[in-house]
Ligand binder design. Structure first.
Ligand code: CA
Length: 417
């Protein structure tokens, strides 16, 4: 599909993340206006609450934008999502008859503060990157036993914390925790010294499912409203000591940063690609008919305090082994109820080469190979004052469907006790 041209001039640039083809969903406020839902269009945000109040959206079952998140709209289901997308596209397209009514509802993004776009119901994190699982497993157990025996059969996950999911730009306090050094016989408590990122894409569940009823992969795919960039901050030293036998706990619970914009599944549909063929046949409930991954270029920028920022990793969403729909189907397979606003982390997305790895643990191979920056600055893990930024976009013909930035700066640990 070519660029859809808009009367908002900045939306027609080949470089913007937010052409008319995208229309991602966010929540914003300004110094004059309290927080409300909006969609990004070029360098502007369309105020959806005022558009609905002005009678411009023609949506059934309204009002859908009286709340401070997209949850009500998401719960309204795929037909309403499509109707909204079609209507917004008509209002913002070049030559739109309603332009004079819509133009006063645009706010420059530069004047807006962005908030969490959804009320996160629950957060589950998966482990669906084969290269990441292989790398981490190799470091822990050697290459022969790198993949756990269940990995090629189950999209492995754990239940994380919704309470500490924060929006891009939120400063992150270095976590405290219990660690045990390799040769020590006793653990100690204090600030993490191996603080890391995980480059992930989060799937946002739009419509809920009933307790006791499993979902097919196709049903699960229809329930996914959209996707966000997701940085699953991880304290590797806390993780190494605590993770057996029940998986990560405090090492991941202190913060998860998501991007400000939910890019809808509809906007990404033309970039859909098949997951790689399974290396062993999947059980029928996990088999996927429609392509469930996307050709989304992803990058990590690191800005150490005292040095120039640079890109330390580039990878792509298509490197995953399981899709979000397969993960969601697996999540509900026991009868677990899924809720509007559930967030499913993909797992770290690492590509095949070292420059494609999605965490510092892998990029520096457990801290053995420091990354070099200007001014002689080196990094293995994150130090206080460093800023990490994820970016991502799908490349169309003369336009991109982008996610904006997912960024966070690390603050020193609090002193405790
Ligand atoms: Ca993770």
């Amino acid at each position: 599909m070519p660029l859809k041209r808009s009367w908002v001039a900045s939306a027609n640039s080949a470089e913007t993340d937010f052409p008319l083809n995208n229309l991602p969903c966010g929540v914003f406020s300004t110094h004059r206006q309290d927080a409300r839902c909006g969609v990004a269009i070029g360098e502007m945000i369309l105020d959806c609450r005022r558009a609905e109040e002005a009678g411009l959206l023609f949506l059934p079952a309204g009002p859908l934008f009286a709340e401070l998140s997209w949850n009500r709209l998401m719960a309204a289901g795929p037909e309403v999502w499509s109707a909204l997308r079609a209507r917004l596209t008509a209002l913002l397209a070049e030559g739109a008859a309603e332009r004079d009514h819509v133009e006063p509802l645009l706010i420059p993004m530069a004047e807006a503060r962005l908030h969490l776009p959804l009320q996160v119901a629950e957060y589950t994190d998966f482990y669906a990157g084969r290269q990441h699982a292989f790398n981490v497993g190799t470091m822990l157990r050697g290459p022969e036993n790198a993949l756990p025996p269940n990995w090629l059969h189950i999209p492995i996950g754990y239940n994380g914390r919704a309470s500490t999911v924060v929006v891009s730009g939120t400063e992150i306090r270095r976590p405290l925790g219990q660690t045990r050094a390799k040769d020590a016989d006793k653990p100690v408590f204090g600030p993490s010294r191996r603080l890391d990122i995980e480059l992930e894409v989060g799937a946002v569940v739009g419509t809920p499912s009933e307790m006791g009823r499993p979902l097919s992969v196709a049903e699960a795919q229809r329930m996914i409203f959209g996707y966000v960039l997701l940085n699953d901050w991880s304290a590797r030293d806390i993780q190494a000591w605590e993770y057996q036998p029940l998986g990560p706990f405090q090492s991941k619970a202190f913060a998860t940063t998501i991007g400000s914009w939910i890019v809808t599944a509809a906007a990404l549909a033309e970039f859909a690609v098949d997951a790689p063929p399974p290396e062993v046949p999947l059980l029928p409930y996990l088999q996927e008919e429609a392509p469930g991954l996307y050709d989304i270029d992803l990058s990590v920028e690191m800005h150490p305090e005292g040095a120039a920022a640079r890109i330390i990793s580039r990878t792509n969403h298509r490197e995953l082994y399981y899709s979000a729909a397969q993960q969601l189907a697996h999540h509900a397979s026991s009868g677990c109820a899924m809720r509007t606003g559930d967030l499913l982390g993909s797992g770290t997305i690492s590509g095949p080469e070292p420059e494609n790895f999605g965490s510092l643990m892998e990029l520096t191979w457990g801290g053995e190979r420091p990354l070099q920056f200007t001014n002689g600055v080196k990094r293995t893990f994150i130090e206080d004052g460093d800023v990490l930024t994820l970016r991502g976009h799908a490349q169309g013909d003369g336009f991109r469907v982008g996610f904006g930035a997912c960024s966070g700066r690390i603050l020193p640990a609090v002193s405790f006790p």
